[in-house]
Design a protein around this ligand. Structure first.
Ligand SMILES: Nc1ncnc2c1ncn2[C@@H]1O[C@H](COP(=O)(O)OP(=O)(O)OP(=O)(O)O)[C@@H](O)[C@H]1O
Length: 575
């Protein structure tokens, strides 16, 4: 087991282990009781001793109940606490990975947390912690008679061997099955997401067949692993019965030859039964245990990363941007195999300036915006906000000063107000701030026209809104609070002429409020507002400067006889 999470739960484990000692000592009482009844009460016919023993057992059983209840409460408390923490970490890591658009097949999922929770709140954990007691019980059998001790040792080795063999046979396959299961779940989500296209273009049957085939292969693989586990479990069950038979026979032989009493014969058989119970139980739930071990290792990685998260609090920025020698490689493949999506990008913006980025499709405009937002980390170079590398900010604090409208706008299910306020909890909404953001974005009237105004429920991902309405609300969300830097990726792609006018006004307002803005666009209309224009070409800056400089350069390029203008980097130094 890895160390980080184990360290976090050590207090619970220590207390539970102390109760485990009590439980395992108390569980010896029925054996002692049996021994006494057989070897003392029956030969002496003493009802008094029997009564004493029954009272003793009554007290012990009551204590056993208390100890076992407390022990399982400790574990259920541990399952709750650990689960709560991991739920947050897992969603946080998923958000990070999705935002960076990187595929991490080994990332922990909610299913991992469910399996860890059910392990800690079920009987698996107690069986695991009781396992070392096997050696104590086998040692006790030796105290009664060495022959019985040897049989007990051989039995323990046999069952543990069976467990190890089961692990060897199934571990890899369980891992593969669980990875495939994740991919199948992703396919399911992908088909659901594309429901409209699938329906309209008649791809129903194609995807249903692809899905059914995948599912069939998954189920076959799962069944095969389950069959192997079940076979081993059944062998284990029969082996345990056979061990009891052999133990009893050996005990009887010892009794016949006067080497032991009848009490010893039954007590040792009972003791061995208890000693092997956890092994039997673990063998029976080995598939679950393997899944828990794999979930544990993924969750432990989350724990480790969470401890490394930076928490530096920087003062409110003014919005000055400087980008220095920025290069970025595809986040999917490793740097060595992948091409550069951005190369040697450098420019600077003063606080309150408006930069418009233009360029052909796939030239790297959105990629640059993501690097400015700090979602993707550059492979070389740095993006500075007021002189500080954006990666020095935690997303939590940077987010307070950052507004972002992505190219594909996604809204949350809930009210317009909740979306603008960036918070699903209505009790924390500041109406004045929500209206201020909507007014800043010029969408206040548009929201009032919706059926329930700011309280309109926009449905799953804002599906009840038009593309233009979604973009308008996303703009208001970006301008909520106290943004110092606003990044807009084609915020006008779905807007009509009115919408575009509103956007122009909003950008004017940002300039007058001294808020820095970077806008990616394919439309020329926004250029009129730009303090700086950046033209991207194949991941590089083709040209950067004031609107007039860039327009002059464009015109010059259109006339091949004229002298070639200054390179972008020279413009940067001027800017
Ligand atoms: N998550 C990703 N992983 C790998 N490559 C990516 C990823 N996202 C984008 N790219 C690649 O980066 C390059 C630049 O894409 P980007 O989205 O930045 O272009 P763009 O200029 O914004 O294009 P458009 O105007 O069409 O939106 C493209 O070649 C694209 O294939």
């Amino acid at each position: 087991m890895n160390q980080v999470m184990l360290h976090a739960i050590r207090r619970h484990l220590l207390i539970a282990s102390a109760f485990g000692i009590a439980s395992n000592v108390l569980i010896l009482a029925p054996t002692i009781y049996l021994l006494q009844v057989y070897d003392r009460v029956l030969p002496s016919r003493s009802i008094e001793t029997l009564a004493m023993l029954v009272i003793f057992m009554g007290i012990v059983l009551a204590m056993m109940l208390i100890v076992d209840v407390v022990r399982s409460r400790i574990f259920s408390d541990l399952a709750r606490q650990l689960g709560d923490r991991l739920d947050r970490l897992a969603l946080g890591a998923r958000i990070d990975a999705q935002a960076r658009k990187t595929l991490i097949p080994t990332l922990a999922t909610p299913a991992d947390i469910v399996s860890l929770r059910s392990f800690f709140s079920g009987s698996g954990i107690t069986a695991l912690l009781d396992l070392p007691w096997l050696f104590v019980y086998v040692g006790l059998v030796f105290v009664f008679h060495w022959i019985l001790g040897l049989i007990a040792t051989a039995s323990a080795i046999l069952l543990i061997g069976l467990t190890v063999m089961n692990d060897r046979l199934t571990k890899k396959r369980i891992h593969t099955v669980s990875l495939r299961q994740r991919e199948t779940d992703q396919l399911y989500a992908q088909i659901s997401r594309n429901a409209e296209v699938v329906t309209v273009m008649g791809m129903h049957e194609t995807w249903l067949s692809a899905w059914a085939e995948r599912k069939r292969v998954d189920v076959d693989a799962q069944t095969s692993v389950a069959d192997t586990s079940m076979l081993n479990r059944n062998i284990g069950k029969v082996a345990r019965q056979a061990i009891q038979v052999i133990m009893m026979a050996a005990g009887a032989w010892l009794v016949i030859n006067d080497y032991a009493t009848g009490g010893i014969m039954i007590a040792t058989t009972m003791l061995l039964g208890k000693a092997l119970a956890p092994v039997d139980q673990l063998l029976g739930s080995w598939k679950q245990l393997t899944e828990v071990r794999q979930a544990w290792s993924r969750l432990d990685d989350l724990y480790r990363q969470a401890r490394a998260t930076p928490t530096v609090e920087l003062p409110r920025p003014r919005g000055r941007i400087s980008v220095e020698a920025l290069s970025f490689y595809s986040p999917v493949a490793g740097r060595t195999q992948s091409r550069a999506l951005l190369s040697n990008i450098a420019f600077a913006l003063d606080a309150g300036q408006l930069l418009v980025i233009v360029g052909a499709s796939a030239s790297g405009k959105s990629t640059l915006l993501r690097l400015l937002a700090g979602v993707w980390k550059p492979n070389a170079g740095v993006v500075r906000l007021d002189g500080a590398d954006v990666s020095q900010w935690s997303h939590e604090s940077l987010g307070r000063y950052l507004g972002y409208v992505p190219q594909d706008v996604e809204l949350f299910a809930g009210s317009v107000a909740a979306n603008i306020a960036r918070n699903p909890d209505a009790s924390q909404h500041d109406s004045a701030a929500i209206i201020r953001a909507a007014q800043r974005a010029g969408v206040h009237d548009l929201v009032l026209e919706l059926p329930d105004g700011y309280q309109t429920d926009i449905g799953e991902s804002g599906l009840t809104l038009s593309g233009g309405q979604r973009q308008s609300i996303a703009l208001a969300r970006a301008l909520y609070g106290d943004p110092r830097l606003v990044l807009l990726d084609e915020p006008n792609s779905n807007l009509d002429a009115d919408g575009e006018r509103r956007l122009n006004l909003a950008l004017h307002r940002l300039k007058s409020e001294g808020i820095t803005a970077v806008v990616v666009t394919h439309r020329q209309g926004l250029l009129a507002l730009a303090d700086r224009v950046l033209v991207m070409r194949a991941g590089r800056i083709d040209c950067f400067g004031t609107r007039e400089q860039v327009q002059g350069w464009m015109q010059a390029r259109a006339k091949p006889t004229e002298a070639k203008p200054r390179a972008a980097s020279q413009e940067v130094s001027k800017a």
